[in-house]
Design a protein around this ligand. Structure first.
Ligand code: NAD
Length: 260
């Protein structure tokens, strides 16, 4: 379905981003992966994408908190493959703390990585998409783009902002064959979720088991974590021709969380 197209997925060395990159590659798209992690492990993932899906894959080490690196990553992706057709703004981090103790540098970092990076990447990718009259921009938002939870002030603010960015970009590009949507997962079992359990336990005075059961899964009527593959399949659908009229949408994939 995506032969001849190229996709850039930020924060794709792990979790949801890696699943989306692999799912787009499975449809024939050439891939730029990005994110931090062990050098050898990243190279293994990159090579595996090429081998398994018979596409080309490159890796960009760009730091999503640095605008010039983001612009350069978009340019490299575009030049390497001759176009950048699909942009998935997925990189994200979390920090959990009561607001009065929330470190200012963590606020700045989360706003930069979870929100501003999407602005910089979209800004750089849009001219090419507009000129080719085809593009798909997908932002990994969160149930926290629609509802809040205590102790996550920066994350919730950034994700609500990302939902607003999505709608604005969708309107600007509506007549150019370019869609822009966000996917809003509930809790997906990835390192991002695993790592916040000890701090949430501390902030709420609970054990880690209680956090999993009474905070995370309590939010989800299905009582199950969403899987990375389910999120990736939704991203693939948004890249299909069948989804060409879906733009400016915030698509929940949260086991019913935000229906409550
Ligand atoms: P993850 O920790 O597995 O992956 C995060 C990715 O972002 C990694 O590849 C990491 O290297 C990368 N990254 C972090 N900081 C970066 C930076 N400065 N520059 C470049 N890359 C950077 O987490 P995940 O759960 O897969 O999260 C992916 C996205 O999904 C995030 O935006 C997150 O907010 C969102 N999300 C996750 C969940 C969940 O429950 N896991 C729910 C809703 C939304």
């Amino acid at each position: 379905m995506l032969q001849g197209k190229s996709a850039l997925v930020t924060g794709s060395t792990s979790g949801i981003g890696l699943a989306i990159a692999r799912a787009l590659a499975a449809q024939g798209a050439n891939i730029t992966i990005n994110g931090f992690g062990d050098k050898d492990a990243i190279e293994k993932e990159r090579a595996a994408i090429e081998k398994e899906f018979k596409v080309r894959a490159i890796y960009s080490p760009a730091d999503m908190s640095k605008a010039p690196e983001i612009t350069e990553m978009v340019r490299t992706s575009d030049q390497t493959f001759g176009s950048l057709d699909i942009l998935v703004n997925n990189a994200g981090i979390q920090f959990v703390s009561p607001i009065e103790e929330f470190p200012v540098e963590k606020w700045d970092q989360i706003i930069a990585i979870n929100l501003s990076s999407a602005f910089h990447a979209v800004r750089a990718a849009v001219p090419g998409m507009k000129s080719r009259k085809w593009g798909r921009i997908i932002n990994t938002a969160s149930a926290h783009s629609l509802v809040a939870s205590p102790f996550k002030v920066a994350y919730v603010s950034a994700k609500h902002g990302l939902a607003g960015l999505t709608k604005t970009v969708a309107l600007e590009l509506a007549t150019f064959g370019v869609t822009c949507n966000c996917i809003s997962p509930g809790y997906v079992w990835t390192p991002l979720v695993e790592k916040q359990i000890p701090d949430t336990a501390k902030a709420r005075g609970m054990t880690e088991e209680q956090v999993k059961r009474d905070v995370l899964l309590a939010a989800q009527p299905t009582k199950e974590f969403v899987t990375v593959e389910e999120v990736a399949d939704l991203a693939v659908y948004l890249c299909s021709d069948a989804a060409k009229s879906i733009t400016g949408a915030n698509l929940s994939i949260d086991g019913g969380w935000t229906a409550e």
